[in-house]
Design a protein around this ligand. Structure first.
Ligand SMILES: N[C@@H](CCC(=O)N[C@@H](CS)C(=O)NCC(=O)O)C(=O)O
Length: 219
């Protein structure tokens, strides 16, 4: 099998995972257990020296970074039309993807892995608290983007069908529930995520990763 996706359950690698399922691709899913440090093993670092998921390997060529992997899967499975072709719609898609990947995602990393940003425990605790607040505001912004898409007649964040932006939104709201944010506090976004989870290809990726969508525990 030429295509291999290295993923960690519940991680950002869910986005290319759902895309490959949606494309009907034949691929080998390879689970990487982050909690066991498998991403820091010599074998994995030989594949991706940054020690992160996702990694997509195609016949020995390795692609890292979600944005690049999404572009690659889109180009490889053009019939799935993951990324709109019309100039403005395409720019809007990339605009939202870039924001998810360079703003929302790293904000969660500051909550989830504050040790990446400081070796001072008090600073880490402060960072976690601050990042959770920032993340809540970003969820509100994401819900606003969804409302804007709907007002423009789109059922899905990237256009007429469920795609990578919807899978990323699902991942980000699920992460929010880990950060103490009740997804039900964002009813339109939560409904959208639940609807995304019911798309058969997305449901297959959820099942393989054994994901629970809402991990919120009231204090
Ligand atoms: N900029 C990277 C971020 C990837 C990333 O943050 N991956 C996380 C999982 S969501 C990871 O592998 N974390 C383990 C670590 O960084 O040690 C991308 O877009 O692919």
């Amino acid at each position: 099998m030429t295509l291999k996706l290295y993923y960690a359950p519940g991680a950002c690698s869910f986005v290319p995972h759902a895309m490959l399922e949606q494309a009907g691709a034949t691929f080998e899913p390879v689970a990487v257990k982050l909690h066991k440090g498998e991403h820091k093993s010599p074998e994995y670092l030989a594949l991706n020296p940054r020690g992160q998921v996702p990694v997509l390997s195609d016949g020995g060529e390795v692609v890292t970074q979600i944005v690049a992997i999404i572009a690659y899967i889109d180009a490889k499975f053009p019939e799935s039309a993951f990324i709109p072709k019309a100039p403005l719609a395409r720019a809007r898609f990339v605009e939202t993807l870039a924001w998810m990947n360079n703003t929302v995602h790293p904000t969660f990393t500051h909550f989830f892995m504050p040790n990446k940003f400081s070796d001072d425990e008090a600073a880490q605790a402060a960072m976690k608290r601050f990042a959770a607040g920032q993340y809540r505001a970003l969820m509100a912004e994401l819900q606003g983007l969804l409302a804007k898409a709907r007002a423009a007649g789109q059922d899905w964040l990237g256009g007429v069908h469920c795609g990578p932006l919807d899978a990323y939104a699902l991942t980000l709201l699920r992460w929010g529930s880990i950060a103490g944010i009740d997804p039900e506090g964002f009813p339109e976004l939560w409904a959208h995520v639940q609807r995304t989870a019911q798309v058969p290809a997305v449901a297959r990726a959820i099942e393989r990763e054994r994901l629970q969508l809402n991990l919120y525990k009231p204090a």
